[in-house]
Design a protein around this ligand. Structure first.
Ligand code: GLY
Ligand code: MN
Ligand code: MN
Length: 487
């Protein structure tokens, strides 16, 4: 990357000071300052229309307003995180902020101000375009010359269907505010500091929980975006199959890079660190080091998702034979997981308990483990009662999916894991079997085999729709699909 100015995350620098580059201050002549002030075209855009989400974000804000009448509500986007010195991790705004605004700016803050007659007025506080007159444009660490053109506040108001204001006035406004306030914590320390004496942890937690629960049932825009995320992810999996020869010549990294390319080209990035686990690495549930060998005859467990430009992510796993054909034992384990997944999928419908699909899948896995003689003389019921199958099944069978891969994580237990499925929810169904390479309690030939199959389901009025159905699941179908891509 090129040399750059130090960044003040609060964007407060407006004075004509030369940014430090390579540790050295340099002088700015009056002549240079003068020439930098002038000769710039007016690029303000007057033709912008609201983004498609704007209708939805307005409705979502109205629901939030109705739940907290008379209270000031503050939802920050989050700030840049330092990687080292003046370099930063890629910015990803908080999901609740995105849900309520469709904006993705770092340091943005949505404020809902209670109105006298009821309801709230929403204002989005953002960093405006850089001033050229005072040199901010090129001398400030947040200057557009360094970071690129931002939308003006007016442009953003048009795009988002939302009033906008300069973020640099917000700290004072919040410090002076009276009346009840709630803030979404953990995103912007500066905003929290401004509100320190006005908020309580308990009320803010209630706010966080409500925001998370708002996102449990997806609207049409979200469902369409998740559908696209699954389709793009399926194309990324096809890319990986086509690149398996290169992965065998290098490592799991080639798989990670291949999928990442698809995610960047079709979406924003990956929705979480891709798990590219070949051979015994497939038994490590969160294998993201991705530095191992990819060998013919082994399985490759690929768990990856494209995050769209609107920041919704897919979360799909396929376990593929590297050389295109399952061995008989790999197929036996694979089909046990497949049957468990199908039992889980069949249990997904509105009105069902959230736990049903997990229990259905666990039962099938346990039946297979018992039939393979792994529990000596214990019955399926007894194994389930003691939870002994978990040595090889380990994790839950799914989770909500949306803007976050593990979506709605702050929802109360009674609305989520002890709750009831409703049409419009989107969740994963992802059973697995994992026989660690050093597990002396299973026959040697099982050791090092790991299989997970994960699909993304929309709960419909009468059952479910598999959004990730573009990718085959059956063992024969997987082999045929791989052959078609490799030929
Ligand atoms: N990749 C994370 C998960 O499947 O939940
Ligand atoms: Mn998952
Ligand atoms: Mn996954």
């Amino acid at each position: 990357m090129g040399p750059r100015a130090p960044r003040n995350p609060q964007g407060e620098e407006t004075e004509a000071v030369e940014p430090r580059k390579n540790g050295q201050d340099r002088k700015v002549s009056d002549e240079l300052a003068e020439t930098m002030r002038q000769g710039w075209a007016d690029t303000e855009r007057h033709d912008l229309e609201a983004v498609p989400q704007a209708a939805h974000t307005g409705r979502r804000r109205a629901a939030l307003s109705a739940r907290f009448p008379g209270e000031r509500l503050v939802i920050p986007a989050g700030t840049l995180k330092v990687r080292a010195n003046d370099t930063y991790y890629p910015f990803r705004p908080g999901s609740d902020y995105v849900y309520l605004t469709a904006d993705q700016s770092e340091d943005g803050v949505l404020v809902l101000e209670p109105e006298d007659g009821g309801g709230h007025e929403a204002t989005l506080y953002l960093l405006p375009r850089s001033d050229r007159e005072n040199g901010e444009f090129w001398l400030s660490a947040r200057g557009e010359l360094w970071d690129g053109r931002r939308n003006s506040l007016t442009e953003n108001a048009r795009l988002l269907g939302l009033a906008t204001a300069d973020i640099r006035g917000l700290a004072d406004l919040l410090a002076d505010a009276t009346g009840p306030v709630r803030v979404l914590r953990g995103l912007d320390a500066g905003v929290e500091e401004s509100l320190r004496d006005k908020v309580t942890a308990e009320r803010d937690e209630e706010f966080r929980v409500f925001l998370s629960e708002m996102r449990l049932v997806k609207d049409d825009f979200e469902i369409a975006d998740l559908r696209f995320a699954c389709e793009a992810t399926a194309r990324g999996f096809e890319d990986v199959v086509r690149a398996l020869d290169k992965a065998q010549a290098t490592s799991e990294r080639y798989i990670e890079g291949t999928f990442f390319l698809r995610a960047r080209v079709e979406g924003n990035t990956v929705g979480y660190a891709s798990i590219c686990a070949a051979g015994p690495h497939a038994t490590t549930i969160h294998w993201v080091r991705n530095d191992g060998a990819v060998r013919p005859g082994d399985l490759l467990l690929l768990d990856a998702g494209v995050e769209t430009r609107n920041l919704y992510t897919a979360d799909i796993t396929r376990t593929l034979p590297v050389s295109g054909r399952f061995t008989p034992l790999q197929r036996t384990v694979y089909e046990a997981v497949l049957d468990a997944q199908q039992a889980g999928i069949d249990a997904v419908k509105p009105g069902a308990s959230y736990r049903d699909f997990h229990e259905a899948a666990q039962r099938v896995l346990t039946e297979r483990l018992v039939s393979w003689g792994l529990f000596e003389d214990l019955s399926v019921e007894r194994v389930l009662e003691l939870g002994l199958q978990r040595r090889w099944t380990m994790h839950g069978t799914g989770h909500m999916l949306g803007l976050d891969v593990h979506d709605c994580a702050a929802a109360r237990v009674e609305r989520y894991s002890a709750g009831t499925l409703e049409a419009g929810m989107v969740l994963t169904v992802e059973p697995g079997l994992y026989f660690q390479a050093d597990d002396l309690t299973v026959p040697e030939e099982y050791r090092g085999i790991g299989v997970r199959i994960e699909d993304d389901l929309l709960v419909t009025e009468d059952g479910s729709e598999t959004l990730s159905s573009a990718l085959p699941r059956g063992a024969d179908d997987v082999e045929a699909w791989m052959a078609s891509l490799l030929s």
